[in-house]
Design a protein. Structure first.
Lengths: 221, 190
């Protein structure tokens, strides 16, 4: 049953890939995510992510950007929460500011947990039109032993995200699919390693394929 | 002396709070790792059914659990570490609880929590394993069966959402409750 579920979800999360006349890039994407539980179901989240390119046509290391974000979330049900946050992105061109709003719905099944994340963000940058994005992400976490993910156990995580972007009159759709293997170190922290694939620009231009080796660390305090 | 009493009370309170929390971790195991007595009983109860075996560890004890689906219902059979039958749990809908029992349960939950939502219900059978088997397969009732209802509810306590596991007897009389410790899900939320 579990293998069947995993197989079905991989197929669901795997978007159709078009490589014709496309550009490809491979890099690393380490992330640190710290979550602090507060009173009355409030929580604060701090996330930092650094994007570094390793291969683009040929092998060439290139530091791309660092994102720093802070989010305040409030549970609105046992399995649902709303959040608002701010992200600061630092790259070679300078600073970008982003406002984030999101709604997350969790569904706990006997063998896995499914999360739906609906979010919107607005990116502001000097001398550039505001970019509006509307995103939907579906993620699932499967324990590799037992029926729930417990300390000292491995798990699999799959996610697929659809990002609609509007900047001026220009619309683009980006699709992200990721697969991670994770390990629960203690009840309060998790480590993940996997591949995050992103494709965009395929509507109006030649598709851009990006593969990121993701290394995620989550700490709850 | 006063400090000692305060310290003793604080430790007692901490132990008490700890004991009222429900935290279980289970690991999938092979049937060969389960005591024969438990395997034989499950095989006689559910012949030809695909069974998944787990070893479950809680705060105070560990046990073996057989899980399967039978007649489209989730069934789990729990055994002690020595393979002694403890109980059989079957997933049901709230409306399958007898009307009078459900009324008593709902009244108690409403009095205690105000607003609440039923997340999961299981009927639990314990007692003589052969009587439970007869009841399960042939719906024969017997004196040797103890029937209970286990309900998981979500509600708000001190401004925060919590999950409780309640246990009631077949008449809807309260037997016990514990808080369910939710596991970290930050990695699929952010």
């Amino acid at each position: 049953m579990k293998i069947h579920s995993i197989r079905s979800l991989i197929l669901l999360f795997l978007p159709s890939v078009c490589f014709a006349q496309s550009s490809s890039e491979l890099g690393i994407l380490p992330t640190i995510n710290i979550n602090k539980k507060l009173q009355s179901d409030w929580s604060g989240n701090f996330k930092t992510e650094s994007r570094q390119s390793l291969i683009k046509d040929d092998f060439r290391y290139d530091y791309l950007l660092t994102d720093l974000s802070i989010t305040a979330a409030k549970k609105i049900g046992i399995n649902s929460s709303i959040a608002a946050g701010y992200l600061l992105s630092l790259d070679k061109k300078g600073l970008r500011n982003r406002a984030i709003q999101q709604l997350t719905l969790l569904k706990r099944y006997p063998d896995f947990i499914l999360a739906h994340r609906f979010s919107a963000d607005q990116t502001f940058q000097k001398d550039t039109q505001t970019e509006w994005r509307f995103r939907y992400r579906i993620s699932a976490e499967f324990p590799l032993s037992g029926q729930s993910v417990d300390p000292k156990e491995f798990f699999l995580k799959f996610s697929s995200e659809y990002l609609n972007s509007l900047q001026g009159k220009e619309y683009d759709l980006e699709i992200r699919s990721a697969g991670f293997i994770g390990y629960v170190i203690t009840p309060k922290n998790k480590l993940e390693l996997g591949l995050d694939y992103r494709i965009d620009s395929f509507i109006a231009k030649n598709p851009r394929n990006r593969f990121w080796i993701g290394m995620n660390f989550y700490q709850s305090i | 002396m006063k400090r000692f009493v305060i310290l003793f009370l604080a430790i007692s309170l901490a132990i008490n709070v700890f004991s009222q929390q429900k935290f279980e971790s289970e690991v999938r195991i092979q049937r060969m790792e389960v005591p024969d007595i438990a395997v034989n009983l499950v095989d006689s109860m559910l012949p030809g059914t695909k069974i998944r075996w787990y070893k479950e560890a809680g705060y105070s004890k560990s046990s073996f659990e057989a899980k399967t689906k039978y007649n489209a219902k989730k069934v789990s059979i729990e055994f002690s570490e020595q393979g002694i039958f403890e109980d059989m749990e079957i997933g049901i809908k709230p409306k399958e609880i007898p009307v009078n029992s459900l009324k008593r349960i709902s009244e108690l939950l409403a009095d205690t929590h105000g607003r609440f939502s039923i997340e999961k219900v299981q009927v639990q059978y314990s007692g003589d394993p052969h009587a439970v088997l007869n009841h399960f397969l042939h719906e024969k009732t017997g004196k040797d069966i103890v029937k209970k209802f286990e309900l998981v509810i979500s509600t708000k306590m001190d401004g925060s959402y919590v999950l409780f596991e309640y246990l009631f007897d077949e008449n809807g009389t309260f037997l016990g409750k514990s808080v369910i410790v939710l596991k970290m899900t930050d990695n699929i939320e952010y």
